[in-house]
Design a binder for this molecule. Structure first.
Ligand SMILES: N[C@@H](CCC(=O)N[C@@H](CS)C(=O)NCC(=O)O)C(=O)O
Length: 206
């Protein structure tokens, strides 16, 4: 059976869980990281020497790094819709997945940590503000892009929407003032309505 290591509050674990649920895969998830620990044990470090979640394990095959895990799960399921076979369509999906990991999520990180995980008396308003400004730049890119498409890469839902959807969920639920983004809100409602997203989008931020 497929095993997923990682706490559900981790955005990188969320991507993998949403993808597995979207594909209807049977799996077992084991809490690790954050308050659960486990990721500093020799057994876990043997699976991922970085000590980070997620990690998946299946019949002795071990893989870490969330985006490659999502791609592996789609390919393993033979699912061309989530991760297309056509090279250019696939590259488009991959581009948004990397943009989520390298640009959008890092932009939101300080605001998320300060407003969700830090006690109010310890919050740094300047960090929140610079993170908010960087995140708004990303949200503006999404708003413009989604004004002309139903999903990120066109008319159909792909792995790009799972991955970017996790960060959109964070951004739109942070307790701060945001610019109005009707196309992004429309998109969020659409991806959130998918049953596969429930373990991610039905939870408050934590
Ligand atoms: N590039 C990695 C990053 C993994 C990562 O940073 N994981 C964080 C959670 S989002 C982690 O394990 N933090 C330590 C912890 O949870 O204890 C990936 O995409 O999987």
């Amino acid at each position: 059976m497929l095993r997923i290591w990682g706490r559900l509050s981790s955005i990188n674990v969320q991507k993998v869980v949403w993808c597995a649920d979207e594909l209807g895969l049977a799996y077992e998830r084991i809490d690790a990281g954050g308050k659960f620990g486990v990721n500093d044990t020799p057994e876990f470090l043997a699976k991922n020497p970085n000590g980070l979640v997620p990690v998946i394990e299946e019949d002795g095959f071990v893989l870490y790094e969330s985006n490659p895990i999502v791609r592996y799960l789609c390919a393993r399921a033979g699912d061309d819709a989530l991760w297309p076979r056509d090279l250019r369509a696939r590259a488009d999906v991959d581009r948004w997945m990397e943009w989520q990991s390298n640009t959008f999520t890092p932009a939101t990180r300080d605001a998320f940590w300060q407003l969700v995980r830090m006690p109010a008396e310890k919050r740094d308003a300047a960090l929140v503000e610079s993170s908010r400004a960087k995140s708004e730049k990303c949200a503006r890119i999404l708003e413009e892009h989604l004004s002309r498409r139903r999903f990120l890469t066109g008319d159909t839902f792909t792995a790009a929407d799972i991955v970017v959807g996790c960060t959109v969920h964070r951004w739109l639920n942070l307790p701060l003032e945001r610019e109005p983004r009707p196309h992004l809100e429309r998109y969020y409602a659409l991806v959130k309505s998918r049953p596969g997203s429930r373990q991610v989008t039905a939870q408050p931020l934590s």
